[in-house]
Design a protein around this ligand. Structure first.
Ligand code: ATP
Length: 221
């Protein structure tokens, strides 16, 4: 059965680092990947884009890419985007037998203990953990995280297809420096930033004046 991967994030905005991770996961694990944009937090900062814009940029970024789509289920909910609730809902739809994985960057994984019911998450899905510059899994995992996940690690993509949940896999994609926080800072500061996002996303940001983007004369995007 095809492995389904959920790649959650605020994607504020989506950038090339996200796409490298999603493409590598798709190819290395023979999986279908869904970007899962989170809904707006209760107190959205002025430098952030709203959920509709974030989702639209995700769609523009993956349009025409086979095996990667956007799942807007968290945007349709009117409660916080707790991953455990999303997984419960999805399992209710697809059943327990389908192999399912959560794709997270190393920084997110290292903060997993702040997630609601984090110890229960592996009952619902595997974890695929992407490398991220500056976050060393071997050195930085807390004793609790290491105890909960250490025995779950596998180096076998095949194993992620054989079991429906419960394993952990380190995705060794080419590391890239992009970060949404730094991207927003560059856009607002007028520092060159377009190379960090697909051209369709850059066009959307400029046309909609997101993140304080200055207008660029027509014909340049
Ligand atoms: P910020 O710059 O604020 O940390 P972000 O770039 O991490 O934002 P998110 O939407 O929070 O954007 O990221 C979604 C997921 O993608 C997270 O699990 C994050 O760890 C991962 N991720 C983001 N950028 C990279 C990258 N360059 N390499 C690997 N993983 C990444």
């Amino acid at each position: 059965m095809t492995l389904r991967i959920l790649y959650g994030g605020t994607f504020d905005p989506i950038h090339n680092g996200h796409l490298v991770v999603a493409l590598h996961a798709r190819d290395a694990l023979h999986a279908e990947v869904s970007l899962l944009p989170a809904r707006d937090p209760p107190h959205k900062g002025p430098t952030s884009a709203d959920a509709a814009d974030r989702a639209r940029m995700c769609e523009l970024a993956v349009a025409g890419i086979a095996g990667i789509d956007v799942d807007e289920r968290e945007l349709r909910r009117d409660t916080p985007s707790w991953t455990i609730d999303t997984l419960r809902g999805l399992r209710g739809e697809i059943g327990d037998g389908v192999p399912l994985a959560l794709l997270v960057g190393a920084d997110s994984f290292l903060g997993l203990q702040t997630w609601k019911d984090w110890r229960a998450l592996p009952e619902f899905a595997h974890f695929v953990i992407a490398e991220r510059p500056g976050f060393d899994l071997d050195a930085a995992m807390s004793p609790e995280l290491a105890a909960a996940f250490g025995p779950r690690f596998t180096a076998s993509p095949r194993a992620l297809h054989s079991a429906s949940a419960g394993l952990a896999f380190r995705l060794r994609q080419p590391v890239t420096p992009e970060s949404a926080t730094e991207l927003r800072r560059r856009i607002a500061a007028g520092v060159p930033w377009q190379d960090w996002v697909p051209p369709e996303v850059a066009g959307y940001i400029v046309r909609n004046h997101l993140y304080g983007a200055a207008a660029i004369p027509s014909g340049h995007l």
